[in-house]
Design a binder for this molecule. Structure first.
Ligand code: HEM
Length: 410
């Protein structure tokens, strides 16, 4: 249920945010300083999109949380500005996945995938996740130097999601390219062409795999979803493909950066690193703190207003796009004491890094399991782990990407 999204705050003094600035390298490097400055002026700010696109950014925890579960803020791109309607029209994978549907379609799709993505199935992956983690660490330890992203944080969740879905290991390189293309939503002609080509390739790939699993089911999620869709005829083939594409991308692009951003936070806070090394039982709480402090999904939480409404007193016209910055919500002093401090003993489980409401991250239990095993094992097996460059030399991934993460972590 939606909390009162109008909230109690007054409109403050909203500042028009230039779109170029939100995508600039300075902002990408440290969005939190800018959010701190903006917070003084209020919780909701309009973004200067191209003409015809009305857009707002919500940066506090209270209104952000309420907006994420407000039924007047829909996910379906058809409710958005023309630009997004066009995107949705030309791309069924975009229009029919969990993240772009609203109840009742969303409810039906989510129920089906939840049936296949069970706690039992996630928990059964534990020994495999540990084995993959150890193998990757063996290789890094033997070399002495590594890029923690390329050599560890990327291959771990990719291997796990491919095994969970039941897609052949040999096809992983293609997925990495596909998923990197799809999470960079630029609208120039070249990018649109590239994305179309990738979507066609993905559709062909999954159609083939679905046919194979239909003929010979296995103990994997593709088979479970095919069975679920065939038994009840509740899921069309395009919907099934959209679901698999979303799972593959979500499984590729997010946990990577929980491991990368979290490890960077630890390496730049040696006192916290030592504390975790001495008290590994703090790791589950530390993972929540990494999610709050610098989570992988910073502001890719689009919603579209299906009617005129107000958030914190700011008028949001029907058809506007609303983005909730989960990163800014994590640094809201109204929700967390001393929010810019990294504190692995903090009781910060109310962060919004996995979203909130009906779209709450389906993969959260898997991401948590992977991250706990990854941090636990890295800290135990590599006690003298350290950054191999000055923190200022680190580069963040293209600011147009919808995930927040580093290019490399030496
Ligand atoms: C939804 C974050 C890992 C699958 C979401 C949302 C967030 C999020 C914020 C909601 C977006 C919104 O409301 O607009 C994360 C983070 C992860 C992570 C921070 C890792 C640290 C994963 C993994 C999977 C996954 C590993 C799958 C294997 C999904 C799916 C949805 C979703 C399917 C859509 C749910 C729905 O709309 O009902 N995630 N995610 N995520 N996530 Fe994750």
């Amino acid at each position: 249920t939606a909390a009162n999204p109008e909230g109690t705050g007054n409109t403050g003094n909203p500042e028009r945010l230039p779109l170029e600035f939100l995508f600039s390298p300075e902002f990408t490097r440290d969005p939190y300083a800018e959010y701190g400055r903006l917070r003084e002026k209020g919780p909701v700010h309009p973004i200067d999109f191209p003409p015809g696109v009305s857009s707002f950014l919500v940066i506090d925890h209270e209104h952000g949380r309420a907006a994420l579960s407000d039924p007047r803020l829909a996910k379906n791109l058809r409710n958005g500005p023309d630009l997004f309607r066009e995107l949705a029209g030309g791309n069924p994978a975009l229009a029919e996945n969990l993240l772009s549907t609203d109840p009742p379609d969303h409810t039906r799709l989510r129920r089906l995938v939840s049936r296949a993505f069970t706690a039992r199935r996630v928990e059964s992956l534990r020994p495999r996740i540990q084995e993959i983690t150890d193998r990757l660490i063996d290789t890094m330890a033997a070399r002495g130097r590594a890029d923690l992203l390329d050599d560890f944080a990327f291959p771990l969740p990719i291997t796990v999601i491919c095994e969970l879905l039941g897609v052949p290991a040999g096809d992983r390189d293609d997925f990495r390219v596909w998923s990197a293309t799809l999470v960079t939503p630029s609208l120039d002609e070249e990018s649109v062409k590239r994305r179309d080509a990738v979507n066609t390739a993905i559709r062909a790939y999954f159609s083939g795999l679905i046919a194979e699993r239909r003929a010979e089911p296995r103990d994997d999620m593709v088979s479970a979803l095919v069975t679920a869709s065939d038994e009840d005829e509740l899921l069309s083939e395009p919907e099934l493909i959209a679901m698999l594409t979303l799972l593959l991308i979500a499984g590729h692009e997010t946990t990577v950066n929980l491991i990368g951003n979290g490890m960077l936070a630890l390496l730049t806070h040696p006192g916290q690193l030592r504390l975790l090394q001495e008290e590994p039982e703090l790791i589950p709480g530390a993972v929540e703190e990494f999610l709050r402090y610098d989570g992988p999904v910073e502001r890719a939480t689009l919603r579209f207003a299906t009617e005129d409404l107000r958030i914190a007193g700011v008028r949001i016209p029907e058809g506007s796009m609303v983005q909730v910055s989960l990163g800014a919500a994590g640094r809201d002093p109204g929700a967390f004491d001393d929010p810019d401090a990294l504190d692995v003993t903090r009781d910060g489980g109310h962060h919004l890094a996995f979203g909130h409401g009906v779209h709450f991250c389906l993969g959260a239990p898997l991401a948590r399991l992977e991250a706990r095993i990854a941090f636990g094992t890295l800290l135990r097996r590599l006690p003298d782990i350290a950054l191999d460059c000055a923190p200022e030399q680190l580069e963040w991934r293209g600011s147009a990407s919808i995930v927040r993460g580093l290019q490399a972590l030496p």
